[in-house]
Design a protein around this ligand. Structure first.
Ligand code: BGC
Length: 387
């Protein structure tokens, strides 16, 4: 087992020897003005039942981030542009109340199963399970109360030149319809190079399915600054998984060559987004899983690069996962005010979610997402920032 914080605590407990400051987040709070600092905790808000939610700030290697104990949400992620000017490149909301009321998974940890499971049902070892259905007839991102809506137990650390947070959550047997008590540990590390590394671990006491990911919406020009259509994206994938009208994979691994889905060489996100292609109509833009050419790897390997030509900021993503969901923020519709006070409209941020393929529990031909007692689920994704 291992995992720890006493083999993953259910529910939230007050975290160690950290300083507490302020009340609700009102702008910039940095772990330190420069370099590496101990993670700092402040109160972000309280849930209706009184549960405390913290906002942690971390800084290392020129990257600063704010993380909420609610949903493990990346509340802000600040990096410099080519002239050294900082901007928050991750979409978010201002208050806990707004996150609870209506967040399209801004910055959140996603579990127990990232993306969709068709009709919210699957059969494992001869038993059929019915999951929480929250997206038409399908189950999306773990169901109505996924890991994004749970309070995680947070433990800060500094280790060598790294700083970070361990986040723990125990999902009980039957939660959202999933079998098995799943003990989950996610580690956010900021390295001395300013990379943000995410390590996911989980163990179960009954056979279950697991597919954990992170749902940051990126805008490398700064959140609230407008559309990401001019960002240049490359994805190291020759195939993707086409979907039906409900965004469930058909099972086919289609070639990207000659289609709008060809991101093998960097191109602006907006270049082909208005092509009259059935798949783009289904997604109202890009909302698909790319089959990474490297496949499942023992260590994180290159998956995608995003670049904003205006600011010069770049993001490189490496993972040991076989898939990448590229979602071009199609369902942002001008009804939410972001953390910087500006309204988010369609395409104002994009997600690059490393994962196993959607609906894998119903697709024996896809890489398996089954986790059995005695096994440890382990995946890693590294986000590297540059100019
Ligand atoms: C999905 C979208 C969904 C979005 C939720 C993405 O991961 O692929 O279809 O609307 O999450 O905001």
């Amino acid at each position: 087992m291992e995992l720890n914080r006493r083999t993953v605590i259910a529910g939230a407990a007050a975290a160690g020897a950290a300083s507490v400051a302020g009340t609700a987040w009102g702008g910039t709070a940095h772990a330190s003005s420069r370099g590496r600092g101990r993670p700092v905790r402040e109160l972000f808000g309280r849930l209706a039942d009184g549960t405390r939610v913290d906002r942690w700030t971390l800084e290392n290697g020129g990257t600063r981030m704010g993380v909420l104990s609610y949903g493990g949400i990346v509340h802000s992620l600040e990096v410099p542009d080519r002239r050294g000017r900082y901007a928050n490149i991750s979409l978010g909301l201002r208050t806990l109340e707004e996150y609870v009321a209506s967040s399209p998974y801004f910055g959140a940890l996603i579990g127990r199963y990232g993306n969709r499971i068709g009709k919210g049902t699957f059969t494992l070892d001869g038993t059929r399970y019915q999951l929480s259905v929250n997206d038409g007839e399908n189950s999306l991102h773990g169901g109505a109360q996924g890991f994004d809506k749970r309070v995680w137990d947070v433990e800060p650390f500094t280790r060598g030149s790294d700083v970070g947070l361990h986040l723990y959550y125990t999902s009980v047997d039957g939660e959202m319809g999933y079998p098995g008590t799943l003990r989950t540990k996610v580690t956010y590390t900021l390295t001395r190079h300013g990379d943000w590394r995410v390590d996911y671990e989980a163990v179960t006491d009954r056979p279950t399915v697991v597919n954990l990911t992170s749902h940051v919406y990126w805008n490398l020009a700064g959140e609230g600054s407008g559309s990401i259509v001019d960002h240049e994206l490359s994805i190291a994938a020759s195939r993707y998984t086409p979907v039906d009208a409900g965004l469930i994979p058909t099972g086919e691994l289609a070639k990207v060559a000659g289609t709008p889905f060809d991101f093998r060489r960097a191109k602006p996100v907006g270049r082909d987004i208005r092509t009259a292609h059935q798949q783009l109509l289904y997604g109202q833009g890009f909302d698909h899983n790319w089959v990474l050419d490297k496949g499942i790897t023992a260590r994180p390997e290159h998956a995608a690069t995003l670049r904003d030509p205006a600011s010069g900021r770049t993001l490189r993503i490496a993972t040991n996962e076989p898939g990448l969901q590229f979602y071009s923020g199609n369902f942002l519709d001008g009804t939410l005010v972001g953390s910087g006070g500006r309204v988010y409209r369609q395409g104002d941020g994009l997600c690059l979610e490393t994962q196993h393929f959607p609906d894998s529990p119903n697709r024996p031909s896809f890489p398996s997402t089954v986790l059995r007692p005695g096994e440890t689920y382990r995946t890693t994704t590294v986000h590297s920032f540059g100019t």
